[in-house]
Design a binder for this molecule. Structure first.
Ligand SMILES: Nc1ncnc2c1ncn2[C@@H]1O[C@H](COP(=O)(O)OP(=O)(O)O)[C@@H](O)[C@H]1O
Ligand SMILES: Nc1ccn([C@@H]2O[C@H](COP(=O)(O)O)[C@@H](O)[C@H]2O)c(=O)n1
Length: 328
């Protein structure tokens, strides 16, 4: 079986966590909402917490989202039980006209330019999600350069992760996020990951991948994606390898799911673009993490919900002391 066939089989076998020719979507359904968001300065109690995850191609955005899901104990839950959803900006590529389609087949279409996306549709869907509505999202098919016929229903959730190269590019979309993460992986590593991925999973050949990278991907990253790093609340160097950063985010997200939201400024201002506000979110995360670390005792949480704990990579962490969380 070809590598492409294998990747597709993985997808069709229902194992949505491996990136295949189609972009995986982790669906979730709202179950009992234990979170008390009543002090969030006017926000609806069931408004999901929206986390944007940006970064260059193959920086590890999807992998970081997977890790967050895993550490929040969502990965092995029945889809109907999940409280965290991850969707991809790639599901919001606009349809191509016949001439563009031909260019795309030759690797001559710029999928890294903001014009390649239907940002109005993305905005409308995110607003629906924030309004607590159920939405349908189509899987993206990288082999055919179009949306596939597979549609996933995304049910209201506590936490919604949106990952994509340009999720912070469009101001109206950017302003909807309660937390903004930027996965910062060096370009050599990203290219080294992208080449085999595009050949094995996206039906491309080496020449096409390299041409597309040099002509479109790299210049567009520098012009459109990299400048959005400044909007991030948290920058994650080395992506999913950065266990400490992932722990910080997971810890914060855990509180969103089971306790209450952070200060109103985050909710209403969505971080904003002023450095002081953005800096405060990062500091909040770090302070919160350290204080939990020092206490080495679980905070109140629903009996059914165990905080997944700190990474065992942190020396002497509560994970090792056995007082918080469960072993990985
Ligand atoms: N920390 C890592 N170490 C090794 N390979 C990784 C790591 N993170 C991601 N990858 C691999 O790199 C490729 C791109 O990762 P992915 O998370 O899909 O990136 P993105 O969503 O940013 O395009 C995938 O094949 C993935 O398995
Ligand atoms: N038909 C398409 C659509 C997108 N791409 C490339 O995908 C990249 C974004 O996905 P990541 O997982 O890498 O973030 C982007 O750089 C596009 O070039 C494509 O090749 N074909």
């Amino acid at each position: 079986m070809s590598a492409l066939g294998k990747a597709r089989r993985i997808f069709h076998g229902g194992y949505l966590l491996t990136k295949s020719a189609f972009r995986p979507i982790f669906t979730s359904k709202m179950t009992d909402k234990t979170g008390d968001y009543s002090d969030t300065n006017g926000l609806e109690s069931k408004t999901p917490f929206l986390i944007g995850v940006a970064g260059g191609t193959a920086s590890g955005k999807s992998t970081v989202c997977q890790r967050i899901m895993e550490k929040l104990g969502q990965q092995h839950k029945d889809h109907a039980e999940r409280r965290v959803v991850c969707i991809s900006q790639d599901s919001f590529y606009r349809s191509l006209n016949p001439a563009e389609r031909l260019r795309a087949e030759r690797g001559q279409f710029n999928f890294d330019h903001p014009d390649a996306f239907d940002d109005k549709k993305l905005l409308a869907v995110l607003k629906d999600i924030l309004a607590g509505k159920k939405v349908d999202i189509q899987e993206y098919d990288y082999v055919n350069n179009s949306n596939s016929s597979l549609t996933h229903t995304i049910y209201p959730a506590d936490v919604v992760l949106i990952e994509g190269i340009l999720v912070f590019y469009f101001p109206e979309v950017r302003d909807l996020f309660h937390m903004k993460l930027f996965v910062d992986t060096d370009s050599d590593t990203r290219l080294a990951r992208r080449v085999p991925r595009d050949i094995m999973e996206r039906g491309r050949d080496l020449e096409q991948v390299l041409n597309q990278y040099m002509n479109f991907v790299k210049p567009a990253f520098e012009e459109f994606c990299l400048p959005t790093k400044k909007f991030a609340d948290v920058i994650i160097p080395r992506g999913a390898d950065n266990l400490v950063a992932i722990d910080l985010i997971v810890h914060h997200t855990w509180d969103i799911m089971y306790k209450k939201r952070p200060g109103a400024r985050l909710v209403n201002g969505c971080g904003g673009e002023d450095e002081a506000t953005n800096g405060r979110l990062a500091i909040d995360l770090i302070v919160q993490h350290i204080s939990e670390y020092l206490k080495r005792a679980p905070r109140e949480a629903p009996a059914a919900a165990e905080y997944p704990g700190f990474s065992s990579s942190v020396p002497g962490s509560p994970q090792r002391s056995g007082k918080i969380g469960r072993p990985h």
